[in-house]
Design a protein around this ligand. Structure first.
Ligand SMILES: Nc1ncnc2c1ncn2[C@@H]1O[C@H](COP(=O)(O)OP(=O)(O)OP(=O)(O)O)[C@@H](O)[C@H]1O
Length: 236
């Protein structure tokens, strides 16, 4: 298997194609993410960051180009294949974590496995507990999401995204509603996860300081990649 988790070739996205409302929001995007890379995606509001993340997450289909996930072309694949690939290769963390308030922290972390195969095995529960330990929340496993802070909720969402051991974790403004100190600690967690689990992480952020803490930063402007740089200050 190649060391490339993701490869975008000439990706474009046009909404409402062929209508008077047609608008092209992504053009000629070429991007490769290697195994275990931690990359920040930055750009002004409306530059196309979420649109790009939705394409990479196989939640939407490009209008042009090809998107390879773990070496497999995806553009012409059917819904079943895309769903399978999404479940097997991707983890998602969003600004609003969508934890289920009726379930405990531990059950929320287990949810992707429960959805996949019903009642979780003892091994799955042990994995969920070890992930909660990893994100510093093992003592809160039995709490409900409403009983913990926003930063802790986001850590639960990160543990949940990791339980399927995805080779690529996608995070769309995961710290958008957190104060700057908590946001920095969530990024620190991304760096640790990236080192320990070796999963590639692509994280959208508006915050230049958080982006600078990542080894690589890709910048979008008006739907095009205008820079792709390795950080000098990052330890990675
Ligand atoms: N479903 C859609 N139909 C039509 N236009 C869309 C659709 N989704 C997004 N757009 C447009 O695409 C452009 C890029 O939006 P996108 O949300 O990707 O930007 P962004 O960089 O993530 O912005 P922000 O930082 O504000 O979240 C915007 O002009 C937006 O209005």
């Amino acid at each position: 298997m190649s060391d490339e988790v993701l490869c975008l070739q000439g990706i474009g996205k046009t909404f409402n194609q062929g209508t008077p409302l047609e608008s092209t929001v992504l053009r000629d995007i070429d991007l490769r993410l290697g195994r275990g890379e931690l990359t920040a995606l930055i750009g002004p509001s409306g530059s196309g960051k979420s649109t790009l993340l939705n394409l990479i997450g196989l939640l939407d289909v490009p209008s042009a180009g090809e998107l390879y996930l773990q070496g497999r072309p995806t553009r012409d694949s059917d819904d079943t294949t895309r769903t399978h690939l999404r479940n097997q290769a991707l983890g998602f963390v969003f600004q609003f974590h969508h934890l289920i308030s009726a379930f405990s922290v531990l059950e929320n972390v287990l949810m992707p496995l429960i959805i996949r195969s019903g009642r979780p095995s003892a091994d799955a529960v042990e994995l969920a507990r070890s992930l909660l330990r990893e994100v510093g929340l093992e003592d809160l496993a039995d709490k409900k999401p409403t009983e913990i802070s926003g930063g802790q909720q986001q850590r639960v969402a990160i543990a949940r995204a990791l339980i399927t051991r995805p080779p690529l974790l996608l995070a769309d403004e995961p710290t958008g509603n957190l104060d700057s100190k908590t946001a920095a600690s969530v990024f620190e967690l991304f760096r640790r996860i990236n080192e320990q689990f070796g999963c590639s992480i692509l994280v959208v952020t508006h915050d230049p300081r958080l982006a600078a803490s990542c080894p690589r930063t890709v910048q979008l402007v008006d739907g095009r990649i205008v820079s792709d740089e390795l950080s000098k200050s990052s330890s990675g």
